[in-house]
Design a protein around this ligand. Structure first.
Ligand code: 3HC
Ligand code: NAI
Length: 698
């Protein structure tokens, strides 16, 4: 026996206990151990049943993802599943924690399943660019019917024990330790003479219109293949005998395993876990945060306050006047009422947040006792400096003083206080109570303990926190500015904003850059352009047509008109014809000849700009690792997860190809397209961004 599966005999029951922390992933040793355990139980005279459960935090949480991409080693997981099910003994799985992917597939291959009330289960393989590859797509529909199986396989969502019982995924819920509830259930089954029950022998459900389901799923996934493949696998379960269905599932799984989408999504999985691991925070204890002050209750302040209230923190919100404070309260109420309507927030909790947990104030004295303050006032340096001077005077020693500035120099803000070590950037994304990304911006003098506090707060608010350094726009907005500029150059040279948006949504972005600008408000970019105008290099190409839209009062969605026109009652906009008129007039004024751009060229230019600036951001230490940039774009900018993030995408394209594009584009404009020295070095040395990630981890 391997150490990964313990064997114990209790009367006529053999107990197989998984011992592979932290999540009992089904690596090679575990698979071998399960087969050996079943064989030993069958050879163990007097054993009538087998109980499988996991020690530690969970039942099996899935196949061992670290083995993907390496040569597979026998026994393969589907064979382990079939070996378990074909045992003449009664096999029972007792689940706790998260029974996911291959884990749930082992459970489905057992003859009976019991779970603790808090257990969660699901088939999340689609989130890794895969489908269940160990008979899950064949066994699940036989228990739940087609509709629920397609839902679970294509969404990857986790379900609780109650829903699993209702759907027929499990047979029983029992409170207690998995070993105890498992043993009690096995005893009950043996005593009642329950038969061995193989899911594969149950009749397959009737087919549905699978072609329609496939097309709908493909469309919903915006180019992501795995959910649509999941539909085909369930189809095989309905239309073919079990063994053939399993073979078809394996074929689809193996095909997906070879795709870049799989590589991109698994990169995203590990990047999400690596992003908070910073050597300088090892052993550093964050400061305790129970109460938060928020200054400014506009779009961002209200969103941040909502997130903090939702995480059980008490909030003091400071505004300029009682009227502005009341408007902020209404915004927060509006944000929370969404959760109230959806049922994810109860009325009592809502009332408690809006009354006891939230305090509105107009006087800085109200902030004298809070543990952490987040400033979200207007994006103007003089206003920020005034606020931080007041905070320095009133906040208790040790309070963390954070700014939500999008672009401004946090060192300069910190310098107006006598405690720059306590000052940090906590850059949320709009809507702040929904968007996952938090850039934790570390200024020159920020203390490690304060950085750790930023990360701890991010975790508490359910955010993905990424460390960033100080520069204009930090990681995300700085890179955004560069690829937006590349898009503007294409517009000047002949592409339309609408073609660019379409090419990028076809690439997989949730929205194109012009639709995003309409959503954020065109006035924001306008203000930034005005702010940066004095520092602009004479060779910078900055079109003015967008300023003209703003001058005409068209700020995007909030005014009903921007690049697109937003008709009442319709969410998506239709192209605004004025935009093309303004662009054509500008091209004529500048004497520019228009040329055609293919969608492929649009994507390559946009991505090359993103990757090139990303490499510069890395070289300057604004981002520590390529994966930090990937996480910023995946969690804050709607970058398609199946491309893994811009730096992973570049690796998968081949850095030499991206650099070659940049050099080609530089022949037209060698001011904008200056290759990042880091990118040139990596290509010269035959290294990748992933190599940098690995080096940083070792
Ligand atoms: N394989 C290898 N390592 C895994 C893993 C897996 N399936 N799941 C988690 N880990 C690792 C994580 O990388 C992390 O490692 P680290 O400490 O070195 O960073 C550690 O286990 C703990 O993970 P988390 O930090 O995520 O711990 P949480 O308690 O927050 O979450 C979890 C636990 C819910 C199990 C979460 O880790 C998770 O969702 N894991 C992935 C589950 C999954 O996708 N399973 C399907 C795999 S594919 C499959 O089964 C194919 C089959 O059909 C053939
Ligand atoms: P906003 O204009 O919606 O809100 C600003 C609020 O601050 C107003 O309610 C105003 O009354 C209040 N305020 C101004 N000066 C104040 C003072 N001295 N004391 C107390 N309250 C004061 O602005 P928004 O969009 O919420 O932006 C706030 C900050 O967040 C800015 O620094 C911005 O750059 C940043 N940010 C904005 C994002 C966005 O998408 N809107 C995203 C991320 C950061």
């Amino acid at each position: 026996m391997t150490d990964a599966i313990g064997y114990e005999r209790i009367g006529d029951i053999a107990v197989l206990a998984a011992q592979n922390p932290p999540v009992n992933a089904l690596g090679y040793d575990v698979r071998v151990g399960l087969v050996q355990g079943i064989e030993r139980a069958e050879a163990d005279a007097g054993v009538r049943a087998v109980l499988i459960y996991g020690e530690g935090a969970t039942y099996f949480a899935g196949a061992d993802i670290r083995e993907f991409g390496k040569p597979p080693r026998e026994p393969f997981l589907p064979d382990v599943c079939n070996r378990i099910e074909s045992s003449p003994l009664i096999v029972v799985s007792a689940m706790h924690g998260t029974a996911l992917g291959g884990g749930l597939e082992i459970a489905l291959s057992s003859h009976y399943r019991v779970a603790v009330p808090k257990a969660r289960m699901g088939l999340p393989e689609v989130n890794l660019g895969l489908i269940p590859g160990a008979t899950g797509t064949q066994r699940l529909p036989r228990l739940t019917g087609v509709e629920a199986a397609i839902d679970l396989v294509t969404s990857g969502r986790q379900i609780g024990a109650k829903e699993a019982l209702d759907l027929g995924v499990i047979d029983k819920i029992a409170e207690g330790d998995p070993r105890e509830i498992g043993l009690a259930y096995v005893r009950e089954l043996l005593d009642s003479g329950a038969p061995r029950r193989a899911v594969s022998e149950l009749p397959a459900p009737a087919p549905i219109d699978f072609d329609a389901a496939y097309e709908a799923t493909l469309k919903k996934g915006r180019g992501q293949l795995s959910p649509a493949y999941g539909v085909r696998a369930v189809q095989a379960a309905c239309e073919r005998p079990f063994a053939e269905g399993v073979a078809e599932e394996r074929r689809l799984f193996t095909e997906l395993m070879g795709t870049k989408q799989r590589q991109g999504m698994i990169h995203a999985f590990f990047a999400e876990r690596a992003v908070g691991k910073l050597p300088e925070l090892d052993g550093v204890t964050p400061r305790e945060v129970k109460s938060v002050g928020v200054i400014g209750g506009g779009t961002m302040g209200a969103g941040i306050a909502t997130a903090a209230l939702g995480a059980g923190l008490s909030v003091v919100l400071l505004e300029m006047s009682a009227e502005a404070a009341e408007a902020a309260r209404k915004r927060i109420e509006g944000n929370l009422s969404g959760a109230l309507k959806r049922g994810s927030l109860g009325q009592d909790a809502f009332d408690a947040m809006m009354t006891r947990a939230l305090t509105l104030a107009t006087d800085y004295e109200a902030l004298s006792d809070v543990d952490l303050v987040i400033e979200a006032v207007f994006e103007q340096m003089d206003v920020k400096k005034q606020v931080f001077t007041r905070l320095d005077a009133v906040c208790k020693p040790g309070a963390v003083l954070a700014t939500n500035t999008s672009y401004l120099d946090i060192d300069e803000i910190a310098a107006v206080t006598k405690r720059p070590q306590d000052v940090i950037g906590l850059h949320f994304f709009s809507p702040a109570h929904i968007m996952k990304l938090l850039e934790v911006v570390v200024a020159d003098k920020t203390a490690p303990e304060v950085v750790a506090t930023g990360f701890a707060l991010g975790k508490r608010l359910g955010k993905i926190s990424v460390r960033a350094g100080v520069c204009d726009g930090f990681i995300g907005n700085r890179i955004l500015k560069t690829y937006r500029t590349a898009a503007e150059h294409m517009v000047l040279d002949g592409a339309s904003p609408f073609q660019i948006d379409k090419a990028l949504t076809d690439f997989g972005f949730a929205m194109g850059p012009y639709a995003v600008s309409d959503l954020a408000g065109l006035d924001i970019g306008w203000m930034t352009r005005k702010r940066l105008a004095p520092t602009r290099h004479p060779r910078e190409r900055v079109p003015t047509y967008a300023d003209k839209l703003c001058e005409a009062g068209h700020y995007g969605q909030k005014t009903g008109r921007g690049y697109y026109i937003y008709e009442a009652g319709r969410r998506a906009g239709i192209p605004n014809p004025e935009v093309m008129e303004l662009i054509e007039a500008e091209r004529a004024e500048l004497g520019l000849a228009s040329r055609d751009f293919s969608d492929d060229e649009i994507v390559r230019r946009y991505m090359a700009a993103m990757v090139n600036e990303g490499a510069k951001v890395l070289e300057e230490g604004i981002a520590r690792r390529p994966l930090d940039i990937d996480m910023v774009f995946l969690s804050g900018y709607g970058f398609p997860r199946y491309h893994g993030g811009p730096m992973k995408w570049a690796d998968m394209q081949g850095l030499d190809k991206v650099l070659e594009d940049i050099r080609t584009f530089a022949r037209e404009d060698d001011y904008f397209w200056q290759p990042a020295p880091l990118l040139e070095r990596l290509v010269e040395e035959g290294r990748t961004f992933d190599d940098m990630n690995r080096e940083a981890a070792s």
